[in-house]
Design a protein around this ligand. Structure first.
Ligand code: ADP
Length: 718
C-alpha cells in the first residue's frame, strides 16, 4: 500500500492524474505540488489523497510539495464544481484559480525619503520636492508630485537631502476600520441595509436581490452589508464583483473611503506582482475585501462571508472564450459552497434573477426612488424617420438642439453609442467588396485614431489601404455607419469650443486612464463624452444632465434570445446617468422604431410592463428562465470533415425527455481564422441537469484531431 495523490493540473486535461506520494512527504488536499508530466515538471494541486495501488502501471511520484499557500477547501471544491457545470476540464478553472499563485513575486523598489538635511542651495523647485516627500516614494512619483524634472530630485539625492531605500511592497493589507460610519441612510436604504445585515449576520448561504433604480444608493446599502460581514467575524472576507474595470476603480475609491483601507484589486489589468500579492493575502486572510472582475471568484478565500455582484444583469459577467462561464451564476454557486450571503444588485435585474426573486428563492429588496432630491431623467424618443440627421451625419436636429442648450448651461452631455472605432464597415464603391479579416466572416472596423482596419473578433489589423484590395480601384473605399470616433468628429464640428472626449476600450486601455477620464468627467472638465458601454454604466457624474443615445436600435438587430432584454438594460443604464444630483436630467433616444415595446417601456419608465411581456414570451417558448439552453460550437479547417462529424454528433445525441436538440446549422460566424464553425442549440426543461446531459453527449463522440468542440452552457451570443 502507498498513498496516492490525485493531482489537478492547470491545463485542459480531462481529469486529475494519480501520483504516488513519496515516503515522508506530508500531503493534503489543496496543496500545491510539482509533478512530472511527460518530460516536464508541472505545477498542480492535490485534489484528494487515498491509500491504494497504482493499478498495473507503476505510478510516477510527486516531485515536490511547493512552499506555497494551499488552495482552501472551498476554492478547490468550487473549481471542480465549475468544471462540471461548464462541461469542461477541471484544469481550465484551476488555471484561473492559480493565476495569482503563478505570477512573479513583487520585486523590491527603490524609494526615496527626506533625510532632514537642508540643501546647500534653495530653489523653489527644490523646496517643492522636499515638501512633497512626505513618505517613501519612487523618484519618478516624487518628481511628478512636485511638478519638477528628474534632475532636481537627483540633485537633492546627491547632496544627501534625500536617501534611497529598497522597499518591497508590504504583503499585508491594512485591516478595515470598522469604527468608521457610512453615509446617513434614508428610510428605504436603511430598511434594505438592515435586512442585508441581518442576513449576513445570520450566516450561511442565502441570496438577495437588491433591486434599486439608478442612483438610489445600492452601493451605499451593500457597503453596509459588507460592514456587517466584516464585523461579524474577525476573519470574514468580502468579495465585490463588477462587470467593467472602469467601474472597479470607482468602487475601490468608495470602499477605501468607507473602511479607511484599500481593498485588494483584481482584474486583467492588475500587474503580475500585484496580482501575486493579492492572491497570497487573500489566501492568508489578511486581505479581507476584494473588488474585482469576474475572475476574482476563483481567488483562494479562506472565510468568504459575502459576495456582492453589482450590475448583476451585465453580460460582461459572461466569459465567452477559454473557460466559458457565467460569473453571476458561479457567484451564487461559490456562495453556496462557502455558506456565504450573496447580494445581486441592479437597476435592471436579469430575467433569471427576477424569476428567482418572484418565486421566493431570493430575498427581494427594492429601492424605488433616487437618493435625496435627484429624480429619474425624462426620457424622450426621437423618431429618425420624422427628424433625420443631415446627410452623412448621425445626430438629429432635436438632439443637437438639446446638446446646445446643455452646453450653454455649462452642463455635460453623454453621447452613447455601443460601437468602437470610426465606422463598422468599409466598402468598395467600385466593386461592392466588404472588407473582412482573412478567412473570417466578420467585418473590419475602421479606426481613425490608429489609421487601421481592425477585426474585433480575431484582433487582426492592417493599415487602411488606399486602393481596394479586391478590384484595385483607387480611392473607392467608403466608411459606412458610425462608431464613437465618428460621432466625436461630428460633435467637434458642431461644438468647436467644447471639451470633448471619447471613452471606449480603444481610447481607455488601462485602469489608470479609466480613472483619469472618470475623474475628469466627475470634476466637470469634459463637456461632451462620447462613450460605448465601457462608460455608460454605474458611474456618478453630478453635472451630467443630458444623455443622447445615437442608435437605440443597435442591440435589437441580430437573433439573440436576450436582444430585447439587453437593449432595455443597457439603455436604462445609459439614460440613468443623467440628472443624478440636484439638476434634472433628460435622455433622448434616436430610433427608427419608436413603437417597439422596448422603446415604449423605456419612455414610460415602466420596467415591470416590459419584464412581464418578455417573461410571457420566454415562458411560452420554454426559454430561460423557464427552460435551459446550451450551445455546442464545433469548428475545423475542413468543411466536409466538419459536416461529417456534426452529422455523426447529431446521431449520437442522447434521447432524453424534456431535451430538444436543434442543428447542426452554420454558426452565425461561419468562418473564423480559417476554421469553419457549426452549431447546435439545446433546449431543456428546467428540471433537467443540462450539464450532465451535455457531458454524456460529448462522451459519445470522439472528434478527429483537427476538430474542436466547445460547449457553452447558457449561451449569450449565438
Ligand atoms: P446606485 O449604486 O444605486 O446607482 P449609488 O450608491 O452610487 O447608487 O448612489 C448614487 C449617489 O447618491 C452617489 O453619489 C451616492 O454617494 C449618493 N448617495 C446615495 N445614498 C446616499 C446617502 N444615504 N447619503 C449621501 N449620499 C448618498
Amino acid at each position: 500500500m502507498s498513498r496516492i495523490a490525485s493531482v489537478l493540473i492547470p491545463m485542459p486535461l480531462p481529469e486529475a492524474f494519480d501520483y504516488e506520494a513519496p515516503e515522508g512527504m506530508a500531503l493534503a488536499p489543496g496543496d500545491q505540488v510539482a509533478v512530472p508530466l511527460g518530460p516536464r515538471l508541472m505545477r498542480g494541486v492535490v485534489a484528494a489523497i487515498r491509500d491504494g495501488h497504482g493499478g498495473n502501471r507503476p505510478l510516477k511520484q510527486v516531485a515536490e510539495r511547493l512552499d506555497e499557500p494551499p488552495l482552501p477547501p472551498g476554492a478547490l471544491e468550487f473549481v471542480q464544481w465549475a468544471a462540471r457545470y461548464s462541461v469542461d476540464a477541471p484544469g481550465q478553472p484551476l488555471a484561473i484559480a492559480l493565476r495569482g499563485a503563478r505570477a512573479p513575486k513583487p520585486k523590491p523598489v527603490r524609494m526615496l525619503e527626506a533625510t532632514g538635511r537642508a540643501p546647500g542651495r534653495t530653489t523653489p523647485a527644490r523646496t517643492k520636492v522636499l515638501e512633497a516627500a512626505t513618505g517613501p516614494m519612487t523618484a519618478a512619483d516624487l518628481a511628478r508630485a512636485a511638478g519638477v524634472s528628474a534632475g532636481v530630485v537627483k540633485g537633492l539625492l546627491d547632496e544627501g537631502c534625500l536617501a534611497e531605500r529598497l522597499v518591497t511592497e508590504d504583503a499585508a493589507f491594512d485591516p478595515p476600520d470598522l469604527a468608521r460610519k457610512g453615509s446617513e441612510l434614508n428610510a428605504s436604504q436603511a430598511a434594505s441595509a438592515g435586512a442585508l445585515a441581518d442576513m449576513v449576520r445570520a450566516g450561511g448561504f442565502s441570496v438577495a436581490l437588491l433591486d434599486g433604480v439608478t442612483g438610489s444608493g445600492k452601493t451605499e446599502v451593500y457597503l453596509e452589508a459588507a460592514a456587517a460581514a466584516l464585523a461579524a467575524d474577525p476573519e470574514a472576507q468580502v468579495l465585490i464583483l463588477l462587470p467593467e474595470i472602469a467601474l472597479t476603480q470607482a468602487v475601490i475609491a468608495r470602499v477605501t473611503h468607507r473602511f479607511g483601507a484599500r481593498p485588494g484589486e483584481w482584474h486583467s489589468d492588475v500587474a503580475p506582482p500585484a496580482r501575486r500579492r493579492v492572491w497570497e493575502a487573500v489566501a492568508s486572510g489578511t486581505c479581507r475585501i476584494v473588488v474585482g472582475a469576474r475572475s476574482a471568484l476563483f481567488l483562494p478565500f479562506r472565510k468568504l462571508r459575502l459576495i456582492v455582484v453589482d450590475e448583476e444583469h451585465d453580460s460582461s459577467f459572461k466569459q465567452e472564450d477559454g473557460f466559458i462561464y457565467q460569473g453571476r451564476d458561479l457567484a451564487v454557486a461559490r456562495g453556496k459552497i462557502e455558506g456565504a450571503a450573496v447580494v445581486l444588485a441592479s437597476a435592471t435585474p436579469s430575467l433569471e434573477t427576477l424569476r428567482n426573486a418572484e418565486a421566493g428563492r431570493y430575498r427581494w429588496l427594492r429601492l424605488s426612488a433616487r437618493h435625496g432630491t435627484a429624480r429619474l431623467p425624462d426620457i424622450e424618443l426621437i423618431d429618425l424617420k420624422a427628424t433625420p440627421p443631415e446627410h452623412g451625419r448621425w445626430l438629429s436636429p432635436p438632439l443637437v438642439a438639446a446638446m446646445a442648450e446643455t452646453y450653454g448651461r455649462g452642463e455635460q452631455t453623454l453621447l452613447f453609442l455601443n460601437r468602437r472605432g470610426y465606422a463598422p464597415l468599409v466598402l468598395c464603391r467600385a466593386c461592392g467588396e466588404r472588407m473582412t479579416a482573412p478567412d473570417t466572416d466578420s467585418w473590419l472596423v475602421e479606426h481613425r485614431y490608429s489609421g487601421r482596419l481592425v477585426c474585433h473578433l480575431t484582433g487582426f489589423s492592417m493599415p487602411k489601404p488606399s486602393a481596394c484590395p479586391h478590384c484595385g480601384a483607387k480611392d473607392s473605399l467608403v466608411s459606412i455607419g458610425p462608431g464613437v470616433e465618428r460621432v466625436e468628429e461630428e460633435a467637434r464640428q458642431l461644438f468647436p469650443q467644447a471639451r470633448i472626449a471619447v471613452f471606449s476600450s480603444d481610447t481607455v486601455f488601462d485602469a489608470r486612464e479609466a480613472r483619469r477620464l472618470v475623474e475628469a468627467m466627475a470634476a466637470g472638465d469634459i463637456d461632451i463624452l462620447v462613450a460605448t458601454q465601457a462608460a455608460a454604466k454605474g458611474h456618478n457624474f453630478p453635472k451630467l444632465t443630458l444623455v443622447g443615445v445615437v442608435d437605440a436600435d443597435l442591440g435589437l438587430r441580430g437573433g439573440d434570445l436576450r436582444a430585447a432584454e439587453r437593449t432595455y438594460q443597457l439603455l436604462a443604464q445609459a439614460t440613468g446617468r443623467a440628472g443624478r444630483k440636484d439638476r434634472p436630467g433628460r435622455a433622448l433616444l434616436q430610433t427608427y422604431a419608436p413603437e417597439h415595446p422596448v422603446m415604449q417601456a423605456l419612455k414610460a419608465q415602466d420596467r415591470d410592463a416590459f419584464v412581464e411581456a418578455e417573461m410571457a414570451e420566454r415562458e411560452a417558448a420554454g426559454l430561460p428562465p423557464f427552460g435551459r439552453l446550451a450551445a455546442v460550437i464545433a469548428s475545423g479547417p475542413d468543411a466536409a470533415q466538419l459536416d461529417a462529424f456534426t452529422q455523426a454528433m447529431a446521431q449520437a445525441a442522447p434521447n432524453t425527455p424534456g431535451v430538444e436538440v436543434y442543428g447542426p446549422a452554420d454558426a452565425p460566424l461561419g468562418l473564423v481564422r480559417g476554421r469553419r464553425r457549426k452549431r447546435f442549440l439545446v433546449r431543456a426543461d428546467r428540471g433537467v441537469d443540462l450539464s450532465a446531459y451535455m457531458a454524456a453527449w460529448r462522451a459519445r463522440v470522439r472528434p478527429p484531431g483537427q476538430i474542436r468542440v466547445a460547449i457553452d452552457i447558457d449561451p449569450y451570443s449565438f
